[in-house]
Design a protein around this ligand. Structure first.
Ligand code: FAD
Length: 387
């Protein structure tokens, strides 16, 4: 990292810290209780240009590196917030940037950068396909200058709070393609035109406040110009964005881990039981120290993943390892923090239980731990493919 980048990161951390003071624990507790979208927080980040940090300057963004993007998300989580309401814009916009036409980029990216449009929805997962993305069955059939879409998505987060959605659908049925990854296409759907005209969104209430939904498509017509790149090549386009997604999510995990480690350290110094701070007991100290070591190690892998990404490395090994290790570090830190706080850990006002629920998600989404392990076993160790 060069000096200029270090200075940018220091400024960004300072800015995010000030934002976190505007949106303290009580704000997040209320949103969590109501399962409400943190609109004010997302608007504030947008005003500050933080969500446009990865959009190139020619389209109105700040053209920063993924290292800096990761630091933004890390800081949001470290200072007690949650970027789940808006992080997707950072990586979904990459699909438009890398594979969209000049016209699509000119039309959408500047408006995404200045906040006029939100691109927060990413419709890939389907109820019957799960992790096996090439088995999705939502179909987009070309009819004249339109595509007609039928099918269903699940876990499409932020769909009710987004103007645009990056959608993966089959344009050729799976039984008619030679390779199962062929025949999938990516569309940029303008949800404002689609809602209740063939597209229905149903929120799913979950254990954390994530604004996630299922979406039903019933003869939804979208302009043929919504296609991104070439028809049938969508799987490749989606894969190309996944390293960025994993890196950015890993950064959130590091932020969470640091949050828990700081909370646990501070509390164990203050809390007196049997006439001495609980942190004097090694039974309390050691798990915190272990979580700290685990987080530092995981962050070093994340740094390497960022560097490789910036150098143009397209292998997913380090992005996947970063996501694996940081999500385990954040969970270890969360569990340790819970134990350190004792009974107070479960009281809403301490924020621990909320962050605990939030950080558990990362071992499941955006990709679950087993799938990362099978990737490493197969690609790095040459073990037989298990699926
Ligand atoms: C809150 C939330 C938000 C989400 N947001 C989005 C979103 O915005 N857009 C989107 O497209 N998706 C989203 N997802 C979906 C997410 O990416 C998937 O949940 C995740 O990839 C896991 O898929 P699944 O839930 O279908 O699990 P499944 O694929 O059904 O797997 C279930 C379990 O089996 C294991 N498993 C499956 N196959 C194997 C195998 N071959 N070897 C070993 N273990 C295996 C998995 O690791 C997992 O533990 C979200 C999910 C959640 C919960």
């Amino acid at each position: 990292m060069n000096t200029e980048e270090q200075e940018t990161i220091a400024q960004i951390r300072d800015t995010v810290f000030k934002v976190s003071e505007e949106f303290p624990g009580a704000y997040w507790q209320e949103k969590d209780r109501e399962r409400a979208y943190p609109t004010e927080f997302v608007n504030r980040l947008t005003e500050l240009g933080l969500l446009a940090s990865l959009i190139p300057e020619e389209y109105g963004g700040s053209g920063l590196s993924i290292t800096v993007g990761a630091e933004i998300l890390k800081a949001i989580h470290e200072f007690g917030g949650n970027a789940g309401a808006c992080h997707a814009q950072m990586y979904t916009m990459g699909t438009v940037l890398r594979h969209g036409s000049d016209e699509q980029k000119q039309k959408y990216l500047p408006k995404i950068a200045n906040g006029d449009l939100r691109l927060q929805a990413f419709g890939v997962t389907e109820p019957t396909a799960g992790t096996d993305t090439t088995s999705i069955s939502t179909m987009a059939v070309k009819k004249g200058d339109k595509y007609v879409i039928n099918g269903q998505k699940i876990w499409t987060s932020r769909a009710e709070h987004s103007d645009l959605m990056v959608l993966l659908a089959r344009t050729t049925p799976k039984d008619q393609v030679e390779k199962k990854s062929a025949g999938l296409s990516v569309f940029l759907v303008d949800m404002r035109d689609a809602i209740n005209k063939g597209m229905t969104i149903k929120p799913i209430r979950t254990m954390l406040n994530h604004s996630t939904t299922e979406i039903f498509f019933d003869d939804l017509e979208i302009p043929a110009s919504s296609l991104i790149g070439e028809e049938g090549k969508g799987f490749k386009y989606i894969l190309s964005g996944m390293n960025a997604e994993r890196i950015l999510i890993a950064a959130e995990c590091v932020g969470d881990a640091r949050y828990f480690i700081k909370k646990a350290s501070d509390y164990s110094n203050e809390r007196q039981v049997f006439g001495r701070p609980i942190g004097q007991n090694q039974g309390i100290q050691f798990p915190i120290a272990r979580a700290f070591a685990q987080t530092e190690a995981a962050e070093a892998i994340l740094d390497k993943a960022c560097r490789l990404y910036e150098e143009g490395d397209v292998s997913g090994t380090y992005a996947n390892m970063a996501k694996l290790l940081t999500s385990e570090a954040s969970w270890a830190a969360a569990d340790t923090c819970m134990q350190t706080f004792g009974g107070f850990a479960v009281a809403e006002e301490y924020d621990i239980e909320r962050k605990f629920r939030e950080t558990r998600l990362y071992q499941i989404a955006p990709i679950s731990t087993n799938l990362i392990l099978s990737y490493l076993a197969e690609r790095e160790l040459g073990l037989p493919r298990s699926y």
